[in-house]
Design a protein around this ligand. Structure first.
Ligand code: GLN
Length: 209
């Protein structure tokens, strides 16, 4: 039986839990350091507010042990705020037209795991509306998948992936920019796969286990 730990200190963790359970996984919510005593096969970092999550990760004592597990190869899926927590670099520059001043000022104010070699800019998609739906291109080995239907994408004040390191594989693109990437045991997505009825990203994650 596959057991997935879902970080449950803040954000959209219940939606991930439901999807993973529907795919046959056992889900364990991580709220306290003591929750790490039970073993698990993979980790999901949900969307939400990355500044808050980074702070709560430290307050709960989960930060250091999780960072070590990720570095040691634990499969991890980070979505939206979860991607920001994984990103090695945050970019504070860029267009802030129509972006709430507070959100613009906090673009780089996240002290995350910094294990995924990408640069992201927080709150870069969906400035005015905050959220929107779109369709992405599902890639395989860097090219459009022959029978790949477009992937439904839900963006909610989403981060933009601006740069990817040399060993980072792009999984999904939107308007020619990467919106889901993989580096070894880590998958990061700018959108919310838990909100659309398409299991491809989950299956890719579960294939890493
Ligand atoms: N804007 C949020 C952040 O920067 C991420 C939004 C989300 O997870 N939907 O943390």
């Amino acid at each position: 039986m596959t057991t997935i730990a879902v970080l449950a200190v803040q954000g959209a963790f219940i939606e991930h839990q439901r999807r993973l359970e529907a795919l046959g996984c056992t889900v364990r919510q991580l709220r306290h350091e003591a929750d790490l005593q039970h073993s698990f096969d993979g980790l999901v970092l949900p969307g939400g507010e990355s500044t808050v999550q980074a702070k709560l990760l430290r307050d709960t004592g989960l930060f250091a042990p999780l960072r070590t597990l990720i570095q040691e190869g634990l499969p991890v899926l980070g979505t939206c705020a979860g991607l920001i927590l994984l990103a090695q670099h945050l970019d504070g520059s860029g267009d802030t037209t129509n972006l709430d001043r507070q959100l613009a000022a906090k673009r780089t104010a996240v002290d995350g795991f910094r294990t995924l070699p990408v640069t992201v800019q927080r709150n870069a998609y969906g400035r005015q509306l905050g959220s929107f739906h779109a369709e992405g291109l599902w890639l395989e080995d860097g090219a459009a998948h022959p029978d790949g239907a477009p992937l439904p994408l839900t963006f909610i004040r989403a981060p933009r992936i601006e740069n990817v390191g040399p060993a980072v594989q792009t999984l999904v693109t939107y308007q020619d920019a990467p919106v889901a990437v993989r580096y070894r045991n880590q998958i990061g997505a700018a959108f919310h796969p838990e909100l659309d009825a398409d299991n491809r990203l989950y299956r890719l994650f579960l294939d890493l286990l």
